[in-house]
Write a protein that binds this ligand. Structure first.
Ligand SMILES: [Zn+2]
Length: 577
């Protein structure tokens, strides 16, 4: 009897253990087998309310939302941030950390045999797909696309956006293909007649042959690129510094050939419809960024300041009131497609920005004239493009000449990039050279703190906060809590030798800009959403480097312990319902 009872108890225990094992197996089943990352380029968290972005607001209410998220690294630039998001690596470990870098390891030397002439400085936006792939391979890390392919063999991972360098860098070495708007314009008479001038066709990464036929063979993806189609931005300050070029970043009005974020959404929807086994789609809506660069975005983008008519579609087309709302509408179309394809429940949606921006409402130190953007941003000679060098027609602005033309360091500057921070590479880079340049940087207009790179190149040392430009109380507090950590995220042998952080509402490149450590430039929206996720407002700061490890944790994908280096980001636990 006793034995029999023991047997019953034993059987019950076995059953319970089996049930527990079954439950555990269910619990570790991936709650989502796809991830859709939508990057609202240059979006401030406030835009969601300000521009009535109802889809973003819905996701923030129903997902795991991080209202205190910041970029968390430097340089806060498109071409840096997108690869940080899908690599989990800080800029100092990803092979490039800014719009320019010094190829100290000679990774690109075989691709650019005449590089020595240019002191090894490369402009990241000019790099091709294979250059990014070489830099990633040399750095040795594993990107999200590779993990998705390993977990879901045969699945498709793709990147879509308007800008070549954004798509190439994000696709490189990991995704199956990338889709962007080609930079070359063509003149097929039939399409010119249809599209009212020159047009751009779609382009692909690694190359055009990688474009799926359902995109390359569909003339819907040809858009107007006529330089005369500038929506008034070429003749109006400050937009004319970085004007719109046809329907590259705005939808325009040619039915069936809308550009900008509508183009990006249409290409993404095509991929969703044609690749039922997709596991990762990384999408960039670039129009908010373009509008922000031209007009300043947010509070700076006002009716009063530029006298634009919100009732005129022509005027509205390039301003955030229309552009931010339209980006949200396109996000809504992606969500609608997921639902129509019954994929909404098994897709983790991540919405974020790659950086914020600050508008030059206090000081603009670049040249305020037509197409001055590139010459405001870049100074010097590079292996990829020698045209940035102080040409007779495009002298650098007087403000940056206080650095470039200073006699105590004269002739020792190899390259300088200035946006909402100033990053300068020297020719002779001894510690004394760097300290001398940092001392000059103290008097460059708008600079509130100066740093020079340590001897081993792996950190920045504070030179001074006693600069010609005084910090406000708010700037002091933000600098104290964030600046040193932020500049160190871009410290490696290839990064700038000297850094000048700029005051708020101060820019050198375009009227609205990013790149630096300012609070407005660093703050971004960040939300993870899936029907299985518990809605929560997280109280701590999260960074874009945390996106990949957090996505992997939620999808039940473990980081490869043999991968070196390991991810820099932190994997947040997203609570299930
Ligand atoms: Zn960007």
């Amino acid at each position: 009897m006793r034995l029999a009872r023991t047997g019953v108890v034993f059987t019950l225990v076995v059953c319970l253990v089996l049930l527990a094992v079954a439950a555990a197996a269910f619990a570790v089943d991936p709650p989502a087998k796809r991830v859709l990352v939508v990057v609202m380029d240059q979006m401030h968290p406030e835009y969601a309310q300000q521009y009535n972005m109802t889809n973003v607001l819905w996701l923030e209410k129903h997902g795991a939302n991080f209202p205190k998220a910041i970029v968390g690294d430097m340089a806060s630039e498109t071409v840096v941030s997108h690869n940080v998001m899908v690599s989990g690596m800080l800029p100092k470990h990803q092979g490039w950390s800014d719009e320019a870098f010094r190829d100290t390891a000679g990774v690109l030397s075989s691709a650019y045999p005449d590089h020595a002439t240019y002191n090894d400085i490369y402009v990241t936006g000019d790099l091709g797909y294979s250059d990014f792939a070489s830099l990633i391979t040399a750095a040795g890390y594993k990107k999200l696309g590779t993990y998705l392919h390993q977990t879901y063999p045969g699945s498709v991972v793709a990147c879509v956006g308007e800008k070549s360098y954004q798509v190439r860098s994000m696709t490189a070495d990991s995704a199956d293909f990338g889709v962007f708007l080609g930079s070359g314009t063509t003149a097929d008479p039939n399409l010119v007649a249809l599209l009212g001038g020159k047009y751009r066709p779609p382009a692909g990464a690694p190359n055009n042959a990688a474009l799926p036929a359902y995109i390359s063979g569909d003339t819907r993806f040809d858009v107007n690129s006529d330089p005369s189609n500038d929506y008034g931005t070429l003749t109006t300050s400050p937009a004319w510094i970085y004007p719109e070029d046809g329907d590259r970043m705005v939808p325009g009005y040619i039915e069936g050939h809308l550009g900008g974020d509508n183009w990006v959404a249409d290409a993404t929807i095509k991929i969703m419809q044609n690749e039922p086994d997709w596991s990762g789609l990384f999408v960039n809506f670039g129009a908010i960024d373009k509008s922000g660069h031209m007009w300043g975005g947010g509070e700076a983008d006002t009716l009063k300041r530029y006298n634009w008519d919100p009732n005129s579609w022509l005027d509205s087309m390039t301003h955030e009131t229309f552009i931010a709302k339209n980006a949200d509408t396109q996000l809504g179309r992606l969500i609608g497609t997921l639902k129509a394809l019954n994929e909404f429940d098994n897709t983790l949606i991540v919405v974020c920005a790659d950086h914020g921006s600050t508008a030059a409402t206090k000081h603009f130190y670049g040249m305020d004239k037509q197409n001055a953007g590139d010459f405001n941003w870049y100074w010097g000679n590079s292996a990829t493009d020698e045209d940035y060098y102080n040409t007779p027609v495009d002298k650098p602005s007087p403000a940056i000449q206080t650095l470039l033309g200073n006699s105590s360091i004269g002739g020792n500057i190899a390259f300088s990039y200035q946006s909402t921070g100033i990053e300068t590479w020297l020719m002779s880079c001894t510690l004394a050279d760097k300290q001398a340049a940092a001392k000059v940087m103290r008097s460059v207009p708008g600079v509130i703190a100066t740093y020079y790179k340590s001897e081993d190149g792996n950190s920045y040392i504070l030179d001074s906060t006693k600069t010609k430009t005084k910090m406000t109380k708010a700037e002091k507090s933000w600098r104290k809590s964030h600046a040193q950590t932020l500049v160190n995220t871009m410290a490696w042998p290839g990064s700038a030798d000297v850094v000048g952080l700029l005051a708020d509402n101060t820019t050198y490149g375009a009227f609205g800009d990013h790149g630096g450590a300012q609070k407005d430039v660093q703050r971004i929206p960040l939300v993870f959403c899936n029907p299985g996720l518990k809605a929560v407002q997280r109280r701590h700061e999260a960074h874009i480097v945390d996106i990949m490890p957090t996505v992997m944790k939620w999808m039940g994908i473990s980081a490869d312990p043999a991968s070196a280096p390991q991810m820099d980001g932190h994997a947040y636990t997203l609570a299930t319902k």
